[in-house]
Design a protein around this ligand. Structure first.
Ligand SMILES: [Zn+2]
Length: 209
């Protein structure tokens, strides 16, 4: 794959908080760092997202007495998985991973900083209405194809991809440069299986970097 001038690489949540030893570890999460650095060398343009929560954020299980991490709750904007406290603003584990080559990252979109809305997608917060501004930034720069890599495939990468196709971009998930959480679902399968079938049905493509 050769990147064109109208291609953009989106580096999703490559933060130690989502890696082994972090607060919300994704298995093998640190493996995306060298893989994404190789991608960054091939793209002319890239942005990163950074999960960035204040203490007591509504997505934290600790904000809902009696609720366990990884359980689900109904919130005013819809169903929300509750997470361990993670990506705390200003903490070392919320920084972009120190091994990530940021020399080609042109913008960093922070998300999840509003105390009462979570934000998985790089485009909209979880109410699916509040925008991050990324769409306008991409359009102003003439971006047509979006390639996504990072953490986690079944949450922030998936939600970003889903919004991007709905907004009219051609979207490719570089799956060997992502890792997933893979929570089991009551209906069978995992959140990764569900995300893959949902995304394929909407026209998101999966490829290797
Ligand atoms: Zn978060």
């Amino acid at each position: 794959m050769t990147a064109a001038a109208t291609d953009m690489l989106g580096v999703i949540d490559v933060q130690p908080t989502f890696m082994p030893g972090g607060e919300l570890p994704v298995a093998d999460g640190e493996a995306v760092v060298p893989a994404i650095n190789r991608l960054l060398a091939r793209f002319e343009h890239a942005f990163a997202t950074q999960d960035w929560h204040p203490p007591g954020h509504l997505s934290f299980a600790s904000s809902h007495p009696g609720r366990a991490p990884y359980s689900e709750i109904e919130l005013p904007y819809g169903r929300q998985t509750l997470w361990p406290d993670h990506a705390l603003q200003g903490s070392r584990n919320a920084a972009l991973h120190p091994g990530l080559d940021q020399s080609r990252i042109e913008a960093v979109i922070r998300k999840g900083f509003r105390p009462s809305i979570d934000s998985y997608s790089a485009f909209f917060e979880n109410d699916r209405k509040t925008v991050t501004g990324l769409d306008g930034w991409l359009r102003a720069r003439g971006v047509q194809r979006l390639f996504l890599a990072g953490l986690a495939t079944d949450f922030c990468v998936a939600w970003s991809a889903e919004d991007a196709v709905a907004l009219g971009y051609e979207v490719m998930i570089l799956q060997d440069c992502c890792r997933s959480i893979g929570l089991p679902l009551a209906a069978g399968g995992t959140t990764l299986d569900a995300a893959r079938s949902r995304l394929l049905a909407r026209g998101v493509k999966f490829a290797t970097g």
